[in-house]
Design a protein around this ligand. Structure first.
Ligand code: GH3
Ligand code: MG
Length: 511
């Protein structure tokens, strides 16, 4: 279903793609096919972006992000954070946009570098380029290349990844050139040329994909001051590029030829080409590409010797101001990255504070928090509380060793977890050899059954690998939580049941 919608999107039939995506999404929801729902939502996001409907992109993106966060799909979450971050930037919600990108980068740092990582990383690079964070995008491109190689993919290939990198370097170079940072501009342009030449020389590249590489080459040559060669390359490339009938490629080809002609001094012809490029900017041109075309056209009309020089000066002034804003944005992004780093470190510390280091179960601190939450929870939802204690555990320590005791605690914790519903029940190591479990949405009888199963499992398990001849049993007290009961009431009631189980001879459940 997703593929069919994607085809329509690639063919530029946005309205039809949206309509079909919505209908398929409805069907996928009805069948509970959540993965298809998510992938259709993603396509809808891209279609809206493509036709510059950014508020719609934001709405779909936020819903999608929520789904991935709830499902703990970290790579998809990172990808959506990046896509949504770019949309926030487009609608002027800069702080949120940069924060989302920083979160995305942070998540990707800790991800497995598989195929989905490559896709998420590409989204992050697109987002960073949209926000003109060239410095960050450049290092991300390098990282992507390393990850591609690790996944057995060549650096150049017919997906446009390498050329996207070269294009970004070009916009960066041209803007540096506009500011008069000639050396820096040439350095970036040189790298873009390197990528383009590698691409052109690669015999495995489909000849149809050579036109964009030649555009990159020509623009790079302009920045290096080699106008004649740039003209030759750009002129010969114009027709093959146009024949592919891709608006972005036609635009790039006109821009390349226009810049080459301008550099060679053929201003009237340059104007014709640049106007042709400008007319195609509504087909998905990035903000910097639009800026560059506008600048080049304005410069053509701003004669440095006549009164046009005032226009020229104003243009240069505004270019500087825009650049300064870009640098401020970069600094804001770095701050966002630091903030995200601190947030995640704090979350890790908090997580550790809530864990028992021996068994990795929640600890007593977490337990106390849960009791508070329980007092505020839905009074109609029954909750059963188990208090579990290992029988004669002191003797295990004394007869075998403290290390053996630790191994027993870990094994018992594992067995308890195995009988809990993941994400629903909450097992806790309360203290020493005492565990508690909250069984949510369960009545007393079912709670007793779970307790009996845990008891039987520990009784049946072979502890020979921990220490030969060792057997372990549990006593368990079971109570239900009633509205109005404090944590202390609950614990005391369970403790009374537990004491009864011990008094009656241990290795049993009392409710
Ligand atoms: P009962 O059947 O009445 O529960 O007898 P018991 O021996 O289990 O009772 P008691 O509460 O006296 O013993 C608990 C023991 O657990 C005492 C303590 O040395 C031991 N203990 C507490 N924490 C740890 C730990 O982290 N590791 C080990 N190995 N032992 C621990
Ligand atoms: Mg005990």
């Amino acid at each position: 279903m997703g593929a069919e919608v994607f085809e329509l999107y690639l063919a530029g039939r946005a309205a039809e793609a949206l309509d079909l995506a919505e209908r398929y999404e409805w069907i996928a929801r009805a069948f509970g096919d959540e993965m298809t729902v998510s992938s259709l939502m993603r396509v809808r996001m891209y279609v809206h972006t493509d036709v510059s409907q950014f508020p719609e992109t934001v709405a779909v993106g936020e819903a999608l992000l929520h789904r991935y966060q709830a499902g703990r799909y970290v790579v998809e979450e990172a990808k959506t954070l990046a896509d949504l971050g770019a949309s926030y930037v487009q609608v002027g919600r800069l702080v949120e946009g940069l924060h989302h990108m920083a979160q995305s980068a942070r998540l990707l740092d800790s991800c497995r570098r598989g195929a989905r990582y490559l896709s998420a990383m590409s989204s992050l690079i697109v987002a960073a380029s949209t926000a003109e964070l060239y410095e960050f995008a450049a290092t991300a491109w390098d990282r992507l290349a390393v990850a591609r190689a690790a996944n057995g993919l060549p650096a150049t290939s017919d997906n446009n990844s390498a050329l996207g990198h070269a294009e970004m370097l070009l916009w960066w170079a041209l803007r540096l050139d506009h500011l008069g940072h000639v050396q820096d501009a040439r350095f970036r342009a040189g790298k873009a040329i390197e990528i383009a030449r590698r691409w052109i020389a690669d015999p495995t590249v489909n000849p149809g994909h050579l036109a964009p590489a030649r555009c990159v080459l020509a623009i790079g040559l302009v920045v290096l001051g080699e106008a004649d060669e740039a003209c030759r390359v750009a002129q010969a490339n114009l027709r093959p590029a146009r024949e592919q009938e891709l608006p972005w490629l036609t635009r790039l080809a006109h821009l390349a030829y226009g810049l080459s002609l301008r550099a060679a001094g053929a201003l009237a012809d340059a104007e014709r080409e640049l106007v042709a490029a400008q007319q195609l900017t509504h087909h998905g041109a990035g903000p910097d590409e639009k800026l560059i075309i506008g600048y080049e056209l304005a410069m053509l009309g701003a004669d440095p010797t006549g009164p046009g020089r005032y226009v020229r000066n104003a243009l240069i002034d505004q270019t500087r101001q825009l650049w300064d804003l870009r640098l401020q944005r970069l600094a804001m992004f770095r701050q966002a990255q630091q903030r995200v780093e601190l947030e995640s470190r704090r979350a890790a510390v908090e997580w550790q504070l809530m864990r028992d280091p021996l068994t990795s179960l929640a600890n007593r601190r977490h337990f106390d928090q849960m009791l508070d939450a329980l007092s505020e929870s839905d009074p109609d939802e029954p909750t059963v509380f188990l208090l579990i204690d290992i029988d004669k555990f002191k003797a295990v320590n004394d007869t075998y060793s403290h290390t053996t005791g630790d191994a027993v605690l870990r094994r018992v914790a594992e067995l308890i977890v195995m009988h809990c519903r993941q994400g629903v029940d909450i097992p806790v190591r309360y203290a020493g050899d005492e565990f508690v479990v909250f069984l949510r949405a369960l009545d007393l009888d079912s709670g007793v059954e779970v307790a009996e199963r845990i008891c039987a499992a520990v009784r049946a398990v072979d502890f020979d690998d921990v220490s030969p001849g060792l057997t372990v049993t549990l006593s368990i007290g079971v109570v239900t939580w009633h509205p109005g009961m404090t944590g202390e009431d609950l614990f005391q009631a369970a403790d009374e049941r537990l004491y009864e189980a011990k008094r009656r001879g241990r290795d049993q459940v009392a409710a």
